[in-house]
Design a binder for this molecule. Structure first.
Ligand SMILES: CSCCC(=O)C(=O)COP(=O)(O)O
Ligand SMILES: [Zn+2]
Length: 207
């Protein structure tokens, strides 16, 4: 990804706002640069009217708590997304990930409560091929994490769990909060998010 990803992130946020997935200031989007740093939405910005100044460039160090984030623009008033540690965890865990999107939809909140365990089985839909699963009658489950007030705790739990068991598809849920998806391109991450949200809509509809 050599070009500035911010215009694409702005357009994606507007689209997701219109879908009802980034209502108000909800959600955050990021994209990694060739040098390993990543652009992420600034905290608390209305997602239907982002401008290129509404992003913060972050340095990625290691997969550990808040200490692994060093804002490169500390002289400005802008704060990176409160959930930056989750994006940093994803980039640390998945070297191929170039973009990471997090949104809040009614459906992703509802499905996170269909089961109180830490994984959610998905129906064996054809749409799973869009998440890279090419199997007859696929048995796919996505991880669910608890929604701690201290976001770095969520990031730490993602690191801990994924280091021992990688997810089957690049999707995770935070209960009563939202979904996070990642991919090796900006185009890919939008597709993954739309497919995940389709599956969640289906699950809510059949319930
Ligand atoms: C009303 S959204 C509450 C915070 C949140 O979950 C979110 O996704 C947005 O946080 P940010 O700091 O990225 O604006
Ligand atoms: Zn959120």
């Amino acid at each position: 990804m050599n070009t500035d990803p911010r215009p694409t992130l702005i357009a994606a946020a507007r689209q997701f706002y219109q879908m009802g997935w980034m209502i108000g200031t909800a959600g955050n989007l990021s994209a990694r640069m060739p040098d390993g740093n990543f652009w992420i939405t600034a905290s608390g910005r209305p997602k239907n009217q982002l401008i290129t100044d509404d992003f913060v460039l972050m340095t990625l160090d290691t997969c550990r708590s808040e200490a692994y984030l060093a804002p490169q623009q500390s002289h400005t008033q802008k704060r990176p997304s409160a959930e930056t540690s989750i994006h940093a965890a994803i980039y640390s865990l998945f070297p191929d990930a170039q973009a990471c999107y997090h949104v809040h939809s009614i459906e992703n909140n509802l499905v996170s409560r269909l089961i109180m365990g830490d994984t959610l089985p998905l129906p064996p839909l054809e749409m799973l091929k869009g998440l890279g699963v090419w199997e007859e009658n696929p048995q796919v489950a996505i991880p669910i994490f608890a929604n701690h007030l201290e976001v770095s705790r969520i990031a730490d739990e993602i690191c801990t769990r994924f280091k021992t068991k990688m997810p089957q598809v690049p999707v995770l849920l935070i209960r009563d909060h939202g979904v996070t998806v990642w991919a090796s391109s900006l185009e890919g991450v939008s597709n993954y998010l739309e497919i995940a949200e389709y599956i969640f809509r289906y699950m809510v509809a059949v319930k």
